[in-house]
Design a protein around this ligand. Structure first.
Ligand SMILES: Cc1cc2nc3c(=O)[nH]c(=O)nc-3n(C[C@H](O)[C@H](O)[C@H](O)COP(=O)(O)OP(=O)(O)OC[C@H]3O[C@@H](n4cnc5c(N)ncnc54)[C@H](O)[C@@H]3O)c2cc1C
Length: 573
C-alpha cells in the first residue's frame, strides 16, 4: 500500500469540494491540500450538471427571512433551522463571491441586476442562473481557480474507507483505490472532508452522475457515524422518458419549465395537477412527483409509461430563448419541447438525508468534516429546487475555512490504524479472483426495481419489507460474485461491484428509516400512514450501523428560530 501525507484531504470535486479547497487555501496558503476524486476534477459529480440555478435572496422585495421560510415550509419543519438559516444568509455572500472572486458570469437583466427566475415551491423568483446550464459555468470557473493554486489532485481515485487513528478517537486518513492502476494508497491527513455528493443512483430512474454511488454515506455508516433523514429521497418530476434503451431516460429537464408555465398532461390531455394542488405544476417536487406516479400507476400514460410535459401554449420564441439547452436535449431523443409533448417520469434526484454535521461542518468524529449532498439536515423533508447548489457551495466554503482553523487549534498528526486500512483492502479485493467477466446487471436491475417499486415515490409497510428482504438477498448474491483480478487497471466490473456494495448498504438505510417513519411527510409518502405529522411535534430519523444492523431512532426537531404557526416575515404568521 502506497502512503502519502497531506494536511487536508478533500473527497470529491463538486461545488462542496472545490469551494472547500479554495477557502482552506485562502485561510492558510501554506497548507498542503489534496483533492481526491473518483472522476476527473471539473468533469465529475452533479454540480456540473446543475441546470436551473442557484437560490439566493438578492432582489428588492425578497429577503433571507422569506427564503428561509420557503425552505422550512418546503422541508415540512423537519429542517435543522440553524443550518437552513446559514444556507440562506451565506448564499447572499457566496453568490457575490462566485461572480467577483471566482469569475462566474450569471445572466443579467437589462438594468444590470442579476436575473432570477421562478422555481417551484418558492414565494419569490430567486433562482440565479446561467441560461439553463448553470453548473457548467460554476464548476469550470472553480476548477480553473483550483488548478491555478497548485492544489494537489488525485483524479480517478475512489475513496474506499475512512481510517481512524490508532486509538480510534479521530480520523487519521483515507484509503483510496486508484482506478488507473488498481493500486491502493493510504492518504494520511490531519483533516478530511467528506464531499462525495450522495446521489440516489439505486433507483430505476435517476438523475445523478454515474460516478456517484453514495460512497460517502456508506463510508460514514461503516465508521459508525449517524445519518439523519435517510428516508427523504427527492424525486424530480420531469425525468425524460425516452424508452429503456437509452441512458438519457431518467435524466432531467429543468424545473424552470414548470416554473415558467409548463403544463403536465395525462394521456387524455387532462391537466391533472389542478386536482392535486392550487399551485398546480408549481407545487413542490414531492407533490408533483406523487401526482404523476398516480397517473402512471393508473395507466394514464404515454408509450414509454410516463406522462407528458408541454410548453406549446407559451410563446415559442421565449421558450426557445430561455431553455435552449433543454430544447436541444429533448430534440436529441425525438421530443419537441417548444410545440409538442415530452414524455416524463418522476426520477430519483437528491438525498435530503446524510451525515449529521454542525454549523462549522464538523462531524461526530474529530478531524472529519462533511459538506454538500453527503450531509443531512439543511433541507428537512424536501429540498427546494435551487437550494442544492447553494447548499454545496455555502457549506463547502465553510468547511474549507473551518478545517484550516481547526488545524491551527488541533494540528497534531495522528497515526492511522493500519489494521483497519488492511481490513479495508481485504474487503475491497474480496470479489477478485473469478476467471470470466462477471455480469452484475441482474443485481443492478433487481436493486433498481426493488427501490423504485417498494421504496420509491409511494411506499407502504409490505413494500418496504419486500425491499428489505430483496436487499438482503442482493447483498448475499453480490458477496458471492467473483470478478477477474486482471487487469487491475480500469477494472470497471470491480468498480461496479464496489458501487453496488455501497448502494445496497445505503438502500438498506433508506428502507430502515422509511419503515421507522409511520407517517407521510414531504418526500416520504406512506400509503398505509397517510396522516401528516403535526409540525409542532416534528421529529427526524437518525440511523446508524451496529454490527450488520441499521438502527433508527426518532429525535425531536429543535425549533431554534421559528415555531410552526409562526413566521419570520412580519405580519405573515
Ligand atoms: C441533472 C441535475 C440537475 C441539477 N440541477 C440543480 C439546480 O438547478 N439547482 C440546484 O440547486 N441543484 C441542482 N442539482 C443538485 C446539485 O447538483 C447538488 O445538490 C449539488 O451540486 C451537490 O454538490 P456536491 O459537491 O455535494 O456533490 P457533487 O457535485 O455531486 O460532487 C461529488 C464529487 O464526489 C466525487 N466522488 C464520488 N464518490 C467518490 C469517492 N468514493 N471517492 C472520491 N470522490 C468521489 C465525484 O466524482 C464528484 O467529484 C442538480 C442535480 C442534477 C443531477
Amino acid at each position: 500500500m502506497n502512503r502519502i501525507r497531506t494536511d487536508i484531504l478533500i473527497l470529491g470535486s463538486g461545488g462542496a469540494g472545490l469551494l472547500a479547497a479554495l477557502h482552506a487555501h485562502k485561510a492558510d496558503p501554506r497548507l498542503h491540500i489534496t483533492i481526491a476524486v473518483k472522476g476527473l476534477l471539473g468533469k465529475s459529480g452533479c454540480t456540473r450538471m446543475v441546470q436551473g440555478g442557484y437560490n439566493v435572496a438578492l432582489a428588492a422585495g425578497d429577503s433571507a427571512e422569506r427564503h428561509f421560510m420557503d425552505t422550512i415550509e418546503g422541508g415540512k419543519w423537519l429542517n435543522d433551522q440553524d443550518l437552513a438559516w446559514t444556507l440562506v444568509t451565506t448564499a447572499q455572500q457566496r453568490i457575490r463571491e462566485l461572480e467577483n472572486e471566482w469569475g462566474c458570469f450569471f445572466d443579467r437583466n437589462a438594468d444590470g441586476t442579476v436575473h432570477q427566475k421562478a422555481f417551484a415551491g418558492q414565494t419569490f423568483d430567486r433562482t440565479v442562473h446561467k441560461g439553463d446550464l448553470t453548473g457548467i459555468e460554476i464548476v469550470n470557473r472553480l476548477a480553473e481557480q483550483v488548478w491555478a493554486r497548485g492544489i494537489n489532485r488525485l483524479e480517478e481515485h475512489r475513496a474506499l474507507a475512512l481510517i481512524r487513528s490508532v486509538d480510534g478517537s479521530a480520523v487519521a486518513g483515507v484509503l483510496l483505490l486508484d482506478l488507473r492502476t488498481g493500486g491502493f494508497t493510504l492518504v494520511e491527513a490531519r483533516a478530511v472532508l467528506l464531499a462525495t455528493g450522495g446521489g440516489p443512483t439505486m433507483y430505476k430512474y435517476h438523475t445523478p452522475s454515474g460516478d456517484k454511488s453514495c460512497d460517502g454515506m456508506a463510508m460514514a455508516l461503516r465508521l459508525g457515524l449517524k445519518l439523519r433523514d435517510m428516508e427523504m429521497v427527492q424525486f424530480h418530476p420531469t425525468g425524460l422518458m425516452a424508452g429503456p434503451d437509452t441512458r438519457i431516460t431518467g435524466t432531467i429537464i429543468e424545473e424552470g419549465l414548470r416554473g415558467s408555465g409548463g403544463h403536465l398532461l395525462d394521456n387524455a390531455g387532462e391537466r391533472f395537477m389542478l386536482r392535486y394542488d392550487a399551485r398546480a405544476e408549481r407545487a413542490t417536487r414531492d407533490i408533483v412527483s406523487r401526482a404523476m406516479y398516480e397517473q402512471m400507476r393508473a395507466g394514464r400514460t404515454g408509450p414509454n409509461g410516463g406522462v407528458f410535459l408541454t410548453m406549446k401554449h407559451l410563446d415559442p420564441a421565449s421558450v426557445r430563448a430561455m431553455f435552449k439547452g433543454m430544447v436541444e436535449r429533448c430534440a436529441d431523443v425525438g421530443f419537441d419541447l417548444v410545440s409538442g409533448l415530452v414524455e416524463v417520469t418522476p426520477t430519483a434526484h437528491y438525498m435530503m438525508g446524510g451525515v449529521r454535521f454542525a454549523l462549522d461542518c464538523t462531524t461526530a468524529l474529530p478531524g472529519l468534516f462533511a459538506a454538500g449532498e453527503d450531509t443531512g439536515g439543511v433541507h428537512g423533508a424536501n429540498r427546494l429546487g435551487g437550494n442544492g447548489v447553494a447548499n454545496s457551495t455555502v457549506f463547502g466554503g465553510i468547511a474549507g475555512a473551518s478545517m484550516a482553523r481547526w488545524l491551527g487549534e488541533h494540528g497534531a498528526r495522528v497515526e492511522p490504524d493500519l489494521g483497519q486500512a488492511e481490513a479495508a483492502v481485504a474487503a475491497a479485493t474480496a470479489p477478485l479472483g473469478g476467471d470470466k467477466a462477471a455480469d452484475l446487471d441482474d443485481i443492478r436491475c433487481a436493486l433498481y426495481d426493488a427501490m423504485w417499486n417498494d421504496a420509491g415515490v409511494i411506499r407502504d409497510g409490505a413494500g418496504l419489507e419486500r425491499a428489505e428482504n430483496t436487499l438482503h438477498v442482493l447483498d448475499v448474491q453480490l458477496a458471492a460474485t467473483r470478478i477477474p483480478a486482471e487487469p487491475r487497471e480500469f477494472n470497471m466490473a470491480w468498480h461496479d461491484w464496489l458501487n453496488l456494495k455501497n448502494l445496497i448498504l445505503v438502500s438498506r438505510a433508506i428502507v430502515a428509516a422509511a419503515q421507522a417513519r409511520e407517517d407521510s411527510c414531504g418526500a416520504h409518502f406512506r400509503e398505509d400512514f397517510l396522516k401528516e405529522p403535526d409540525p409542532a411535534g416534528a421529529s427526524f430519523t437518525e440511523s446508524h450501523l451496529v454490527g450488520d444492523t441499521i438502527r433508527v431512532a426518532r429525535r425531536p426537531v429543535a425549533f431554534t428560530r421559528v415555531r410552526p404557526g409562526e413566521s419570520l416575515l412580519k405580519g405573515a404568521a
